[in-house]
Design a binder for this molecule. Structure first.
Ligand code: AP5
Length: 208
């Protein structure tokens, strides 16, 4: 029996930070829709070109594009024993599509985990985030700084700031979350799948 987890929370809540450790502890892959999109952007695929303007503005990429991309990833053999899904679903249509996709394989989600932080905390975290271009490790200039300012502790890779790391895009992403993603909290609560964690604790305490 695997463990199928969905992570919910504001941009900057710490989904990516927690998902890596959680996936390792559960021995399942971490599947992040944002990371999948960024891989397509780096490789300049047709899907990446289609998604680029949405991502840079902080808008959601259309459901059919996103759902197709995630469904393809979940169909790979390493997800047969479970997964930690980070950033998907983000709309009710995506949640329904995920439910149908899993039901068609005779499986279902085990838990939807909401990492709860205020908008103020989310903005402070987004403002200082740096990501490793090679291994995807996440740092923060104040809260979890790398030992060397411009290199990843884990692999020595170059640290960079994502293309959606502008104050305008940050504010817009919070607004998009409230309008389009927040309804999922009630959706999963009504399904009896929601668990909440206070995301304003230290990284280790949130993980525990
Ligand atoms: P995506 O990459 O999914 O971004 P997001 O959900 O907005 O979330 P973030 O990655 O910004 O934040 P996070 O919660 O993972 O926080 P993190 O761990 O990095 O999506 C990007 C874009 O892709 C979207 O805007 C959209 O265009 C598109 N997209 C993606 N999925 C889509 C979908 N399903 N449908 C349509 N479009 C989609 O942490 C943030 C910072 O805080 C880090 O610096 C970290 O070090 C620090 N930190 C974390 N936890 C703590 C803590 N406990 N204490 C102190 N600091 C902490």
């Amino acid at each position: 029996m695997g463990c199928r987890v969905v992570l919910l929370g504001l941009p900057g809540a710490g989904k990516g930070t927690q998902a890596e450790q959680l996936a390792a502890a559960l021995h399942v892959p971490h599947v992040a829709s944002g990371d999948l999109f960024r891989e397509h952007l780096d490789k300049r695929t047709a899907l990446g070109c289609q998604a680029q303007a949405y991502i840079e503005r902080g808008d959601l990429v259309p459901d059919e594009v996103t759902t197709g991309m995630v469904a393809e990833r979940l169909a790979r053999p390493d997800c047969a024993g479970g997964f930690v899904l980070d950033g998907f679903p983000r709309t009710l249509a995506q949640a329904v599509a995920l439910e149908q996709l899993l039901a068609s394989a005779g499986i279902a989600l085990d838990v939807a985990l909401l990492i709860r932080v205020s908008e103020q905390v989310a903005l402070a975290r987004l403002a200082g985030r740096w990501t490793c271009r090679r291994c995807g490790a996440i740092y923060h200039t104040l809260f979890s700084p790398p030992r060397q300012a411009d290199a990843c502790d884990a692999c020595g890779g170059e640290l960079y700031q994502r293309p959606d790391e502008t104050p305008e895009a940050h504010h817009h992403r919070l607004q998009v979350y409230q309008e389009q993603t927040r309804p999922l909290v009630d959706y999963y609560r009504q399904a009896g799948l929601l668990t909440e964690v206070d995301g304003e604790q230290s990284i280790d305490d949130v993980q525990a």
